[in-house]
Design a protein around this ligand. Structure first.
Ligand SMILES: [Zn+2]
Length: 122
C-alpha cells in the first residue's frame, strides 16, 4: 500500500511537470495550441493520481485516538477478591474511584471510603 502510494505520487509529479511544459510550450513560437489540451489532460491525470494516492492509504491514526479510560490499579490487586475492610462486603470495580491519582474504594454497603493499598505479591 505504501509503495503504491509513493509510485502514484511520483507518476503524478512527472505528469504535472510535463503538463506544465506542454502548456508553456503551447505559448512559445514553436508551439501549437493543441499542446494546451495535452497539458490539461496531463494535469488531470496527475491530480487524479494524487487523489488515488491519498485514497490508497488512509491516515492510520484512528486507533491512536482511542482514549484509555481504564483505571490502572496497583499491581497484584485483583477485583475478584476485593472485600470491604469494614463490613466484608464484596466490592466491584465500580466502587473504585481515582482521587488525586490514587485508587480509592467506596463501599456501597457501609459507605466506608479508604485507599487501595498495594498488597504484597506472594
Ligand atoms: Zn463496607
Amino acid at each position: 500500500m505504501r509503495a503504491g502510494r509513493i509510485i502514484a505520487f511520483i507518476t503524478a509529479a512527472i505528469f504535472i511537470i510535463f503538463a506544465f511544459l506542454f502548456i508553456l510550450g503551447a505559448f512559445s513560437p514553436e508551439g501549437s495550441p493543441g499542446w494546451i489540451i495535452v497539458g490539461i489532460i496531463g494535469l488531470v491525470i496527475g491530480f487524479a493520481l494524487i487523489f488515488l494516492g491519498t485514497k490508497l492509504s488512509p491516515p492510520q491514526k484512528e486507533g491512536d485516538q482511542v482514549v484509555n479510560l481504564n483505571i490502572d490499579l496497583p499491581g497484584g490487586v485483583s477485583m475478584d477478591t476485593i472485600k470491604c475492610k469494614s463490613c466484608g462486603g464484596p466490592l466491584t470495580s465500580k466502587d473504585v474511584k481515582m482521587i488525586a491519582g490514587a485508587p480509592v474504594v467506596e463501599c456501597p454497603h457501609c459507605s466506608t471510603t479508604y485507599q487501595l493499598t498495594e498488597e504484597p505479591k506472594w
